[in-house]
Design a protein around this ligand. Sequence first.
Ligand code: ADP
Ligand code: MG
Length: 230
Amino acid sequence: MTAIVSTRDLRKSYGVGTPVETEVLHGIDMELAEGEFCALIGPSGSGKSTLLNLIGLLERPTSGTLDIAGEPTVHLDEQGLTRLRGRHIGFVFQFHHLLPAFTALENVMMPSIIEQGIASEEAERIARDLLGRVGLSGHEHKKANQISGGQQQRVAIARALSLSPRLILADEPTGNLDTHTADDIFALLREFNRERGSACLIVTHDPRLAARCDRQIELIDGLIARPDRL
Ligand code: ADP
Ligand code: MG
């Protein structure tokens, strides 16, 4: 098995060196295989978002190891983390974090513009194609704040996929959507997972959706609750 994510004794404390220093992840050992579609579940406050932010290289662990696509990350500098993030990882958050003043098309092109420094014709072609795939043909030039919540989340998924990441991290991507729209969004992630082999790690509160994943990892109080398959 090739692992896209591999952690050993991964720990995270907040407020290090202050009187309120608190460890919120107490030694996480987990692996996510290439192409795996996995749910991350657990009670509120159990550390799901913290773990996702560590794996996404948005925050640094306090100790332990974290390899992404076989590359050790804990000693990388900011530039190295940014490079690895850009190359391998797409994010979908509960609140989509689209740029409201920009169009759907511009939002989907944004990762590529940031990576390449220009809006290339190729990036636009890919972005248009992805918007079509998420059912938003004809909405390319609407501003992100002029479309519905479900449509915004579709744009966010298209944006996450724009650089063809090997790993998609989704933090409650359907958390603020009605059941029907949530099912649609989930189905889209599954479709891209099957088609492109992007591994997905999806935080969800919805047991129905978690049950439709290949595997579930459960966090309780900063620890993995069930022995994780390695
Ligand atoms: P979940 O996503 O499972 O609800 P989180 O990862 O957001 O849990 O939070 C885990 C614990 O870490 C909680 O007790 C939360 O209060 C704490 N926490 C999260 N982020 C911070 C932060 N930036 N500073 C201090 N404590 C934090
Ligand atoms: Mg959370």
